[in-house]
Design a protein around this ligand. Structure first.
Ligand code: ACO
Length: 323
């Protein structure tokens, strides 16, 4: 059976930088509160002319260029998101148009919130195993600033906009992703509006803005993140020290710190970027992955655990190798 490797990565962040001091002009908060509780110092929000879709497209183009893969080698295009600029056509179909992907490309948006990018990698691996074209373009892209209540200090300080992408290439002899996943049908801990939100304001599962029970999410995340990583390592038959990097969803530095401690990992292998991005949901794993590749912290032959968790409640993890 064909396995997969990552052959290229890319990312795109909006131009507008919003610091914690900027946030303190908008709501009753402070740099001290935000940075000690979350590790966030600034985040990026879309400015005029930028959107979930433009970020997704730019990250996808950069990943394709970095991979040196021609559009007609791509048989799968997936975009993980819960803040798509349009409900339909999917962002994946628009990327197909703008990047000139072939008509027989499998194009689909995937919603598993902050676990979405890793879910999409697992879907791409399954589709590539069927044979056919060797490459999949997998994108995570969010514009969370569109669904935040800018008067609610308990949520608006946490989130940012951005997109990241990678190209998976399948070949005989390449490794499996050993992906694991799970979900726990829950509409209370974390929820965001859908297209009918304005008509459903009375429905607690469909609020007008993103709502969150921060403590419940914290408890959930610190339980599932270490467990899901341990399951990936066990399925892959590797020890924690065999892995070159851990790329965890950047929701809160304290959540990552708990996972690092529970798993006994080397903190130097688990560095994050939440200080500069905030929580970008489905985009956070591929943005961090691309940063590590661009700064030379990850290269050919390296193995990386990717793991996300979020609304749903969902979680997913996998082990990927760089070509
Ligand atoms: N600035 C100042 N004070 C604040 C702010 C703020 N931005 N937000 C809340 N407070 C206040 C609260 O009102 C509360 O005040 P009170 O004690 O007078 O009532 C106090 O700070 C403590 O509030 P808590 O909610 O108990 O603070 P906690 O220490 O739990 O930290 C946090 C909150 C950072 C949200 C934490 O619970 C957390 O990180 N949870 C996980 C969140 C997360 O990861 N979400 C996303 C995951 S899924 C996804 O990515 C979509």
């Amino acid at each position: 059976m064909r396995g997969v490797k990552i052959v290229g990565t890319g990312s795109a962040l909006p131009s507008r930088v919003v610091t914690n001091d900027d946030m303190a002009q908008m709501v009753d908060t402070s740099d001290e509160w935000i940075s000690t509780r979350t590790g966030i110092r600034s985040r990026r929000w879309c400015a005029a002319g930028e959107s979930q879709y433009t970020l997704a497209r730019d990250a996808a183009k950069r990943a394709l260029d970095a991979a040196g893969v021609a559009p007609d080698e791509v048989g799968v295009c997936l975009v993980a998101t819960f803040t798509a600029s349009a409900a339909t056509p999917s962002a994946a179909c628009l990327i197909q148009r703008d990047l000139g992907l072939a008509e027989d490309t499998f194009c689909l948006d995937v919603n598993a919130a902050c676990a979405g990018f890793v879910y999409a990698l697992a879907v791409a691996e399954s589709l590539l195993a069927r044979g056919g074209k060797p490459c999949a373009l997998v994108v995570g892209a969010e514009e969370l600033s569109r669904v935040m209540d800018m008067a609610d200090r308990t949520t608006c300080v946490l989130f940012g906009d951005g997109a990241g992408a990678c190209v998976l290439k399948a070949a005989e002899g390449y490794p499996a992703l050993h992906a694991v996943w799970g979900s726990r049908g829950n509409g209370e801990a974390l929820a965001a509006p859908g297209v009918n939100a304005a008509r459903d304001e009375a429905d607690a599962v469909c609020p007008s803005y993103l709502t969150m029970d921060g403590r419940a999410v914290f408890r959930f995340a610190t339980e599932v993140l270490p467990r899901c990583c341990a399951e990936v390592l066990e399925r892959a038959g590797v020890s924690a020290s065999d892995v070159d990097r851990y790329v965890f969803h950047q929701a809160n530095k304290r959540i990552v710190d708990v996972a690092v401690r529970k798993l006994g990992l080397d903190p130097a292998k688990c560095a994050g970027n939440i200080d500069r991005t905030g929580n970008t949901s489905a985009a956070s794993v591929p943005i961090l992955l691309d940063e590590l590749v661009r700064e030379g912290a990850l290269g050919s032959g390296d193995r990386v655990v990717l793991a996300g968790f979020g609304a749903g409640l969902t979680w997913a993890g996998c082990l990927a190798e760089l070509a």
